[in-house]
Write a protein that binds this ligand. Structure first.
Ligand SMILES: Cc1cc2nc3c(=O)[nH]c(=O)nc-3n(C[C@H](O)[C@H](O)[C@H](O)COP(=O)(O)OP(=O)(O)OC[C@H]3O[C@@H](n4cnc5c(N)ncnc54)[C@H](O)[C@@H]3O)c2cc1C
Ligand code: FES
Length: 258
């Protein structure tokens, strides 16, 4: 069932240049699972398409969800100008998120995040930690100013940060760190820029429990318009998958990445 609600903005703060953390309150929070997103209407009559934003953290008791987004264009710019007490028309929670049910205490998980792909990984790390799973996170950012949520993640995971220019943490990409690791993991989860997803997809192609969370341009956000289609790597199958409905999380090795 597709749900829609005018959620109330509880707070909004700029946590890094042009990156905002917004807390929303509403009944939709009760339905949220890890790795899903909200499809949010821009409060501007000239913008018909909703904007998809991942759910970063969930507090079901308070009925609050935290989103972290970067200003990309006009829609996210308008989101950033809203303040507490304002409301946002949200559809969702939408999509197939991260599965963690197969993991048990003392299993190990690797989380790989890049830039504005890090937000949905926070709730994932929290829930893995609650299960007793030992979580290692490797996060990559362009530079020191762009580093977000590393502190939040370090509550639940052993975190290593890389920056492209070496202005914070280890200089290089997440691959610089991951390629040196000798440990194996029971599960791998990634969300970030396309280049990072290609790396994780190849590196963990045959892993039985490795997942990447994809982005794509969206229109309806509910599986009807096929604007967000990705193609399966299996040539014998003609089926496409929709990022909004079948994803955004897919198994490594299953999708053709650009
Ligand atoms: C499943 C999913 C989860 C996402 N989670 C986050 C998140 O947690 N934080 C965050 O900062 N961003 C996230 N994004 C990207 C975010 O949706 C875009 O940055 C945003 O829609 C840009 O809107 P705009 O009006 O500011 O920019 P404009 O460029 O003006 O957008 C114009 C149109 O393009 C679409 N669009 C533009 N960029 C993207 C994009 N990368 N993905 C999908 N549609 C796009 C918009 O929805 C809109 O219809 C996510 C995208 C997807 C698909
Ligand atoms: S955006 Fe319409 S099917 Fe995905």
């Amino acid at each position: 069932m597709l749900l829609k609600e005018n959620m109330t903005i509880v707070s909004q703060v700029e946590i890094a240049p042009r990156i905002y953390e917004m807390v929303l309150r509403g009944d939709l929070v009760e339905q949220m699972t890890i790795g899903q997103f909200l499809h949010i209407r821009v409060p501007d009559a000239s913008k018909l398409l909703r904007r998809p934003i991942s759910i970063s953290q969930v507090d079901k008791e308070k009925k609050e969800a935290t989103l972290v987004y970067r200003i990309e264009g006009a829609g996210t710019e308008i989101f950033s100008q809203l303040s507490s007490g304002d409301s946002l028309d949200c559809m969702g929670p939408q999509g197939n998120g991260f599965s963690i049910d197969f993991l048990k205490a003392d299993d190990t998980a690797l989380i790989v995040g890049g830039g504005i792909g890090v937000p949905p990984l926070v709730e994932l790390a929290k829930q893995l930690h609650e299960r007793g799973v030992r979580v290692t996170a490797v996060l990559g950012f362009a530079n020191k100013d762009a580093v977000i949520l590393a502190e939040e993640l370090s509550r639940y995971a052993d975190v290593t940060v890389t920056t492209d220019d070496g202005s914070y943490g280890i200089k290089g990409y997440v691959s610089t760190v991951i390629d040196e690791m000798t440990q194996t993991f029971d599960a791998v989860y990634a969300c970030g820029a396309p280049g990072m997803l290609v790396y994780v997809d190849r590196k963990f192609e045959k892993h039985p429990h490795a997942y990447i969370s994809m982005e794509s341009r969206m229109a309806c956000g509910m599986g009807a318009c096929y604007a967000c289609v990705v193609h399966l790597r299996d040539q014998s199958s003609a089926a496409n998958k929709r990022v909004c409905e079948d994803g955004p999380v897919f198994e490594t090795g299953s999708i053709i990445l650009e």
